[in-house]
Design a protein around this ligand. Structure first.
Ligand code: SF4
Ligand code: SF4
Length: 502
């Protein structure tokens, strides 16, 4: 009973006293007050109950859902996508998310937890550069569509919105209530790919990943051409390496990135590392296909690579590609491939810390003479260096520290480092992830140009990178801004260029 409650509660008693005073001012006192007091109590109770009842239909729903969702959500690595269930695809004949009924209860619950804080939107490189994508809007559009039948694609969420995502993960990492906006977008892309709605040259990239094992469609026999004349052993020539150097498609075929692979090989040799490459046996990890939404092409690549790797008794994989690193490390275990995988920035730091790399010939005068392996062009890159953190290293895998140790070390000449406005796990994407490397970018500002401006604003003379996708995007931006005089170098090139001559 309300009276009992009030009598036992010191805090509320004073308020009851307050009401009694009010009633007295109307000329009511003693027992006459009691029915009025009870009536007031019930009115309050009804109002409170009504308020609670309408919460699910208001923007306040997240007050209830968010704490509950956070409590039941286990820690999840944003670099690992959940595999598609082939049984489910066989059963339903559909892949990906098209209608609200395709989403799991957990996904729908997570969207109700959205607090409308816009942190995901503020961090999103697509939104910042004028693309038709707000990760918050995607989530709210799905949540608001909850009661309706029919496809979400088209009028509700356009294909252009879904293709604008670079899968950088900034939205996921900034969301206070652990919503997986990026995973939702990729799940919806899977539906578009299943329906054959793939944009631009993405279609040919997917086709040639499947047929030739690389998105450029170049012959597998040419995969190790970058190593010609360098004496880099394949696994057939050195079948028991300590390190299997996973070169990746860009490091194998793209001219600028071939220079990076040659520089890394030079460093491995200088450090006396026992290493091999797979050569023409290596194929695309499938990362671009998976992030575009083509799970089946990814599966084919992953299965073939796991089979190849099972025949080589290496101790660990080292790779200069942040995307290959992420996929081999976080996603191949789902397909039977369990390896120790190290990104080259971390491996270089290990080599330096263990004294296997000598101090630089001179302080802070990196050249690119070592990067081609055959040319002797020498351009000192003086001045401070800014490192552009790759999303797939520094955000998805929390790997921002080793590279800074490498830059500061004597082995690279003790390069002075400056930090851009967004760095480390808060980095800003180069614009190439999620298959965007093979898509036209015509709306508003290019993401790589926006990032270039942020890096340039630091006053650095060298932009250091640690991923071939970032290299391509920022090298393009530097060419469009040739007057800046800023060079783009991979961290392996900086270390290789600083090696003393023997
Ligand atoms: S993953 Fe990156 S690009 Fe995609 S929605 Fe999130 S923040 Fe935007
Ligand atoms: S960061 Fe999360 S909670 Fe905030 S608007 Fe985006 S999805 Fe909603």
């Amino acid at each position: 009973m309300p009276s009992t409650f009030h009598r036992s509660n010191g805090v509320c008693r004073s308020s009851v006293g307050g009401w009694r005073k009010s009633f007295r001012s109307f000329g009511l006192s003693g027992e006459a007050v009691r029915p009025w007091h009870l009536a007031g109590w019930w009115v309050h109770m009804v109002l409170v109950m009504a308020f609670i009842a309408i919460i699910p239909y208001t923007k306040l729903l997240h007050f209830v859902v968010a704490p509950f969702y956070i409590a039941i959500t286990p820690e999840h690595r944003s670099g690992r996508l959940k595999p598609v269930s082939l049984e489910e695809v066989e059963e339903t004949g559909r892949v990906g998310l098209a209608e609200v009924t395709d989403f799991t209860q957990r996904q729908l619950l997570s969207y109700d937890a959205c607090t409308h804080c816009r942190r995901c939107e503020a961090a999103c490189p697509a939104f910042a550069t004028g693309k038709p994508l707000s990760p918050m809007r995607v989530i709210l559009d799905i949540a608001e569509h909850g009661e309706h039948q029919g496809s979400l694609h088209g009028d509700i969420i356009s294909a252009e919105t879904l293709w604008s995502c670079t899968t950088c993960g900034a939205c996921v990492h900034n969301c206070p209530v652990l919503i997986d906006q990026m995973g939702t977008i990729i799940d919806m892309r899977r539906h578009l790919v299943g329906e054959g709605q793939v944009v631009g040259s993405t279609q040919s990239a997917l086709r040639t990943i499947a047929s030739r094992g690389n998105p450029w469609g170049l012959p597998p026999e040419e995969r190790a051409d970058w190593a010609r004349g360098l004496g880099v052993p394949t696994v057939d020539e050195n079948p028991t390496p300590d390190v299997l150097l996973w070169v990746g498609c860009a490091g194998s075929y793209d001219r600028r990135n071939q220079q990076v692979t040659r520089a890394l090989s030079k460093v491995l040799k200088a450090a006396g590392v026992n290493y091999s490459i797979l050569g023409k046996k290596e194929r695309c990890t499938g990362d671009p296909a998976r992030r575009i939404g083509d799970e089946f092409t990814f599966l084919e690549q992953a299965t073939a690579n796991v089979e190849t790797l099972s025949k080589v008794p290496f101790k660990r994989i080292v790779t200069q590609c942040a995307h290959c690193f992420n996929t081999l490390k976080n996603e191949y275990p789902d397909f039977g491939g369990n390896y120790q995988v190290t990104h080259h920035t971390e491996y270089l730091q290990e080599l330096i810390a263990s004294g296997k790399l000598p101090a630089a010939a001179a302080a802070n005068v990196p050249t690119n003479s070592a990067t081609s392996g055959t040319t002797s062009e020498t351009k000192p890159a003086v001045g401070p260096v800014v490192f552009h953190d790759p999303c797939y290293l520094s955000r998805h895998n929390d790997g921002a520290e080793p590279v800074r140790e490498v830059l500061k070390s004597k082995a690279s000449g003790g390069l002075p480092i400056v930090e851009p406005e967004r760095s480390g796990c808060n980095t800003f994407c180069c614009g190439a992830g999620g298959g965007r490397m093979w898509m036209e970018e015509q709306i508003d500002q290019r993401v790589n140009v926006a990032r270039w401006e942020q890096l340039k604003a630091t006053g650095a003379k060298t932009v250091a990178v640690g991923c071939p996708f970032c290299m391509t995007m920022l090298d393009d931006a530097s060419k469009a801004d040739a007057d800046s005089g800023i060079e783009v170098k991979d961290i392996a090139e900086l270390v290789a260029a600083a090696l003393p001559d023997k």
